[in-house]
Ligand binder design. Structure first.
Ligand SMILES: [Zn+2]
Length: 42
């Protein structure tokens, strides 16, 4: 298997709150989109 194929098969991360796709960032531990994270405990 080629490395490129491996990355192409990676599932896209989606926000656990709204289901919106999360763009790959260096903070790989994030499970919510910036918008939902920004909501806080409002
Ligand atoms: Zn969200």
């Amino acid at each position: 298997m080629e490395t490129l194929e491996f990355y192409r098969n990676l599932p896209k991360k989606v926000c656990v709150e709204c289901g919106q796709e999360i763009e790959e960032q260096h903070e790989s531990y994030l499970y919510e989109c910036e918008r939902c994270i920004g909501h806080g405990n409002d």
